[in-house]
Design a protein around this ligand. Sequence first.
Ligand code: BV8
Length: 278
Amino acid sequence: MQKPNAATKQQIKRLRELVQEATRVAVLTGAGISAESGIPTFRDAQTGHWSKFRPEELATPEAFRRNPDMVWRWYAERRSAVRAAKPNAGHFALSQLETSVPNFTLITQNVDGLHRRAGSQRLIEIHGNILRVRCFGGCVSYADWVEAEARGFTGRQGAASHQGSTGHQGATGSAVPELGSVPRCPECGDYLRPDVVWFGENLPEAGIEQAFTATEQADLFLSIGTSALVYPAAMLPQTAVQSGATVVEINPEETPLSAMVHISIRGTAAVVLPQLVD
Ligand code: BV8
């Protein structure tokens, strides 16, 4: 991993001062903050069997309708990679920062749940969470899939968090579904799907509203590990600039944001962020 040069060190020192002075901090993270946990970023070339697909082609309701088995398998493989991964120093630094700043909001595009596992509480998962599933038909939402699997998936399709749902045998009545066989919602028999926001789908209303409010009120906004290409999330840093916040980007590469922000630090999350917290 490249060592920060003198200019970067100077920028990090300035960012430390900004963090100490800030009263309302909003942070947007993208797939880059999980790269050092071994999770490929969204735009990294897909590996193995998936190399012939672009994520945007798989992460859509149309792809799921067309080939539910294939899309379910893609998520099942990513889910097991995520469960095996661990939060890195960047995730832990942000959960520490949350306790030292009076008003802190962490907005993540990531669906891997690593911020929550690192202890972040003031967290908005604007694209959902791959460890949760819900009914494709929309009739019930389910608790944590991992929990349901860990409980041996006792014939009920996941731990329905929807009150009053009957725990009767699912349509398939099967045990934990193998990779690729799509489990069914016991209420309506439709497919279960990952509880993530697909391309072409709206983001959770409450979450995105809170994210924009925190951004508009922030005096310091950090954009970490995102290519700033996916909307409406990519609007957040731009909104922060327009609302008068000091905006800082942390990314080993340049992005469309780099020319727009006050400080653009060429560094990785796991190296830069721990230097902001004692
Ligand atoms: C919406 C969950 C309203 C799924 C994701 C045409 C039709 C319909 C919509 C559109 C359209 N054209 C445009 C749109 C809008 C579309 C969009 O933005 N498309 C893009 C491709 C142009 N957006 C939507 O569809 C959104 N919904 O607009 O609803 C609507 C409704 C109907 C019709 C029209 C509009 C929904 C978007 C949400 C999609 N779901 N995730 C899943 O994960 O499977 S988004 C997905 O991309 C991930 O969540 C990911 O986080 C996110 C963004 O990518 P990044 O996080 O930035 O990751 P990326 O790989 O790109 O970059 C990583 C960065 O990290 C790099 O810069 C790299 O340099 C850096 N890095 C690498 N290592 C490190 C590092 N940084 C720090 N440290 C390191 N170590």
